[in-house]
Write a protein that binds this ligand. Structure first.
Ligand SMILES: NC(=O)c1ccc[n+]([C@@H]2O[C@H](COP(=O)([O-])OP(=O)(O)OC[C@H]3O[C@@H](n4cnc5c(N)ncnc54)[C@H](O)[C@@H]3O)[C@@H](O)[C@H]2O)c1
Length: 358
């Protein structure tokens, strides 16, 4: 009997072509059987260029016809929940792009669908697979930081509003702006480093100082529209999260700001601290360890070794391996749901102007 798994993709846009397809091509004993996009020209072009046998414009048709083992959900955020649930119910294991969905209620639906179908659901929080992230997590697990009690995380773009006027800047389709789109990556990374403590409250503010003026635009996103296009999401969000175990998290995400850009994670523990910051310490050594030894304060670059694979090229093969081995994926669906719960509370807090209890 063939051990080959057949994958199908929903959405033929940026992350599908740049992330999922190359990752499936590298995964062992996986073949890409089909791809679907409502944009018939786009899906035909991608299928022809990559040599994917099935090209569909209706994902339910694709699920019924192809009956794939693996499904990638690479569509606008608001569609994730329904598509992932349908794919799970059709018997496929599912990797859903981040953010997992827009609301906690939808996350619960997805968790229930995965459980009912006895299929593995994971989320595209690929930053966990970056070498510095893996090393930092290993060090925390080994006790190098002692008790982690505070994390400060930021993902700031100076001029990087994606797909202005496309689904990215439309609240109904994206669910939010900078925090939903890129803050979710740093939130996932932070929660993983902290050991996924239970959040008890969130206080946040959101801003839209660039998007409504069509300033701060980036090049990301398949569709671009002119000035006057819809922009009703945040281009900066800052949030403070308290956890049941007493630890706290400060997180900020921007698509556009007048300031330096970058991804920065500071993790503070009782015995040591870590800082992941590619901009500050250079690409060769983006991880720094702070501690105190017999001779006083220590401040060291952490060597990362020869770790070649990263991002989706590591995430997707690892998810496939988890399915085959019958173990949970590294990025468990409950982790994706926790990210959604905190973002949902952050947006609510910004609206009511007060801390929101969870
Ligand atoms: N993990 C990451 O770092 C990362 C990076 C980029 C995007 N993403 C996520 O991936 C998802 C897609 O983003 P993107 O940048 O590829 O967007 P995109 O706009 O480039 O592509 C989305 C595609 O979905 C298609 N689509 C829309 N409705 C559909 C439907 N009903 N059925 C089938 N196809 C449909 C669109 O036509 C488009 O081709 C988003 O959730 C985004 O947040 C993740």
């Amino acid at each position: 009997m063939s051990n080959t798994m057949r994958a199908a993709l929903i959405g033929a846009g940026f992350i599908s072509v740049r992330g999922h397809i190359p990752a499936y091509q590298q995964a062992k004993d996986v073949e890409i059987a089909a791809i679907c996009d409502v944009n018939s020209d786009r899906v035909a072009k991608v299928a022809a260029e990559i040599g994917i046998p099935g090209a569909f414009t209706d994902y339910k048709d694709m699920l019924a016809t192809v009956q794939p083992d693996l499904v990638s959900v690479c569509s606008p955020n608001a569609l994730h929940c329904a598509m992932a649930c349908d794919a799970l119910e059709a018997g496929a294991h599912v990797i859903c792009e981040k953010p997992m969905c827009l609301t906690s209620a939808d996350a619960e639906r997805m968790l229930a669908a995965a459980k009912a179908a006895n299929r593995t659901l994971t989320v595209g929080h690929h930053m966990r697979y970056q070498p510095a992230s893996v090393k930092a997590h290993d060090m925390i697990q080994a006790g190098a930081l002692g008790e982690v009690y505070y994390v400060k995380a930021s993902y700031l773009r100076r001029s990087g509003i994606p797909g202005y006027g496309s689904w990215f800047t439309n609240r109904d389709l994206a669910g939010g702006g900078a925090m939903m789109d890129i803050g979710c990556h740093m939130l996932d990374l932070s929660l993983w480093m902290m050991g996924h403590p239970k959040p008890v409250s969130v206080s946040a503010s959101t801003y839209a100082k660039f998007g409504p003026l069509a300033k701060g635009l980036g090049t990301w996103g398949a569709d671009h529209f002119g000035a006057g296009s819809r922009f009703d999401v945040d281009d900066l969000t800052t949030a403070f999260v308290r956890f049941e175990n007493g630890s706290t998290l400060v997180i900020e995400a921007s698509w556009a700001t007048h300031g330096s850009q970058g991804q920065n994670l500071q993790i503070f523990g009782t015995e040591g601290g870590l800082e992941l910051n590619a901009n500050l310490f250079g690409a060769e050594s983006p991880l720094h360890y702070f501690s105190e030894g017999a001779d006083g304060l220590c401040d060291d670059d952490v060597p990362l070794g020869d770790v070649a694979s990263r991002g989706h090229q590591a995430l997707i093969p690892d998810w496939v391996d988890a399915i085959r081995a019958g173990r949970p994926p590294i990025i468990q669906p409950e982790h994706g749901a926790l990210v959604v719960q905190i973002i949902e509370a952050a947006y609510k807090s910004a609206v009511v102007g007060a801390e929101v209890a969870l």
